[in-house]
Write a protein that binds this ligand. Sequence first.
Ligand code: SF4
Length: 308
Amino acid sequence: MMRCSTCDDEAIIFLHYANKHLCARHFIRMFEKRFRSTVREFGMLKKGERVAVGLSGGKDSTVLLHCLNDLKKDLPFELVAITIDEGISGYRAATLKIAKKEAKALGIEHHIVSFKKELGKTLDSILKTDRSRACSYCGVLRRGLLNRKARELKADKLAIGHNLDDIAQTVLMNIIRGEPSRSKRLLEPVTKNDAFIPRIRPLLRAPEKEVAIYAMVRDIGIDHRECPYAESALRQDIRRHLNELEEIHPGTKFKILSSFLQMKDEGRDSGGRGSESKTQDPRLETCIGCGEPCSGKRCKFCEMSNTI
Ligand code: SF4
């Protein structure tokens, strides 16, 4: 049996990148301290703001909901939750049930937005003939509906449960696809278009494995089912290789994140990390089709919803 490096109790996890064993109590303490310092470092939240959490009912967003709810005790702000029901049979019903249960248990206002009601079709029926671009369709439509609902609820911020693994994978994917500038939007609060609710990612320093262990230790209900459409082949390959690299070179994922942050900081004129870059902020236009924020003339949401 391994012992906690801090108190000598039984260890439940070994953090390779820090060469430390931690017991349940010290693991929770470390996880929550890191969560709070990330929120502070990036200026993600202000007292009195209204924050909408994108709550899928998966482990990341459910842990995010709990951590934000705990943070409310020290930094008063309002919390609401939004779940998008894409209509994925054999998958979404289970996570939807968890989302409802967790929001209710914490007394958090919860809204469910469905593809079927908003777009007239479920994701299953949109993809009937071609599953190959499932995540592209789903991602664009889900992000669009989340932004609309968050704005309708008068949210100041939209909190997303992306963890360290998601961020490291996305940064590498954007480089491999030759679109490195897409990563800018991962962390920069875009404020050039009032219709866009700035997104925050308070779990960005939490490795996926630690999010799962935190959920288990705190007895937060999670469902281990995978979406049947899975992710793109490229993301799955990067995920596998990154996990292998992390095994051989502990701390790889953290280093990708810090390299990305360093590159973003270069060229920043002034202010802290949460402040806007004067030279590189991704300006948003207004879609001529629906009036939503977008980077071109017509948003991807309109392009896609016209073809389904
Ligand atoms: Fe949507 Fe792809 Fe995520 Fe499934 S894996 S919920 S299709 S983005």
